[in-house]
Design a protein around this ligand. Structure first.
Ligand code: OSB
Ligand code: MG
Length: 378
């Protein structure tokens, strides 16, 4: 049984070590909501993966703050829950806003695992002790700079490289990487920058032997992606288009993708991620864990999710130092020379929150308590 006594939201702002450019623009700094869920017998932590601007999906840090404060937290606070598994059903009447929901839902899973004294990965049923890591490299100002970054990540040990592409930055950068690294596990993510009228260009990418092309077409599409998949050799992977298991089933039945990128925030938390995992294992669709430039709390959740059986491909889960000079957890996430992350063995997320670091980055905080009136009277 869980009954939350309080939920605390903290918005932190942190500069990225290096700007991150996708087909929809550059990010220089992150605005991240951290969430602490407290019950009488334990605490759990979550991170909202919404971005600063509604360009990847329709959520933003600001909309998530509003939806959490006014709709999500009031539905869960003080309520007696059997387990964290119930949260997604209780939040289902709220349409969309999956990233805001996941911030609270994932915190409750962490709370449950900490209370049971077991790693969150085990609580989820994940078996891996080590996860395979890849990197996502943003659009650069020149091919030379891109190659420099690829060399650096390959020598750090990362097992696959994904580059961001957009019209005008596709054939040339991929050809340059292939010329220098003929055997590298390589893929490209377009973040919806193309349409079916770009088919001749997308066909040319078949010659690079990519593991997959991620979300080439519109962010909510599965129909044109099916047409595209029939016309190209490279496996299509969907990211933006998949918000739940039903979306995945329809995409798989239509032939819109052969691989799915799972982001905890995009699917609203672990209960849906577990359902999606189960469906994709039975359908033979490989999964991997995507990233949203998370701080340590979100990164630790990504590590836990990556231990699930269907996550058979290297994810966009990489070392803290690639993103932030100082992360929100201790120790920071590091990779082994084999390009893996060892799943921590401590309870819950298995990392400690760096409360001093978080306090320095905090720009606003709000605490919600159950039975506010009684507390006020005593
Ligand atoms: O599409 O996977 C994406 C970052 C921000 C928004 C969307 C995406 C990404 C990434 C970065 O690719 C993944 C990471 O390193 O966190
Ligand atoms: Mg993507």
């Amino acid at each position: 049984m869980i009954a939350l006594e309080s939920v605390e939201l903290t918005e932190i702002q942190m500069p990225l070590v290096h700007f991150f450019e996708t087909s929809f623009g550059r990010t220089y700094h992150r605005r991240i909501i951290l969430l602490a869920a407290r019950a009488a017998d334990g605490v759990g932590f979550g991170e909202c993966t919404a971005a600063e601007q509604p360009l990847y999906n329709s959520e933003t840090t600001e909309t998530a703050w509003h939806i959490l404060s006014d709709f999500i937290i009031p539905r869960i606070l003080g309520r007696e829950l059997e387990s964290a598994r119930e949260v997604s059903r209780l939040l289902a009447p709220i349409r969309g806003h999956e990233m805001a929901k996941a911030a609270l839902e994932t915190a409750l899973w962490d709370l449950e695992a900490r209370r049971a004294g077991i790693p969150l990965a085990r609580q989820l049923g994940g078996r891996r002790e080590e996860i395979d890591c890849g990197v996502s490299i943003g659009i650069q100002d020149s091919i030379g700079e891109l190659l420099e970054l690829v060399r650096r990540e390959v020598s750090a040990g990362y097992r696959r490289v994904k580059i961001k592409i957009k019209p005008g930055w596709e054939v040339e950068p991929l050809a340059a990487i292939r010329a220098e690294f003929p055997d590298l596990l390589l893929m490209a993510d377009a973040n919806s920058a193309f349409t079916l009228s770009d088919l001749p260009l997308l066909r040319r990418l078949d010659s690079f032997g990519l593991m997959m092309i991620e979300q080439p077409l519109a962010y909510h599409d599965i129909v044109d992606h099916a047409k595209l998949q029939r016309a190209i050799e490279t496996p299509v992977c969907l990211d933006e288009s998949i918000h739940n298991t039903e979306d995945a089933r329809k995409a798989v039945e239509l032939g819109s993708c052969k691989i799915i990128n799972v982001k905890l925030g995009r699917v609203g938390g672990y209960t849906e991620a577990l359902r999606l995992n189960e469906y994709c294992v039975s359908a033979g669709i490989p999964l991997w864990c995507g990233g949203m430039l998370e701080s340590g709390v979100g990164r630790a959740h990504n590590i836990a999710m990556s231990t699930l059986s269907g996550f058979t491909l290297p994810g966009d889960v990489s070392a803290s130092k690639r993103y932030f000079a100082e992360d929100t957890i201790r120790p920071p996430v590091e990779i082994t020379p084999r390009g893996t992350i060892r799943v921590p063995s401590g309870p819950g997320l298995g990392y400690e929150l760096d409360t001093e670091r978080i306090a320095r980055a905090a720009v606003r905080r709000r605490e919600f308590t159950a039975k506010r009136e009684e507390a006020w009277l005593t």
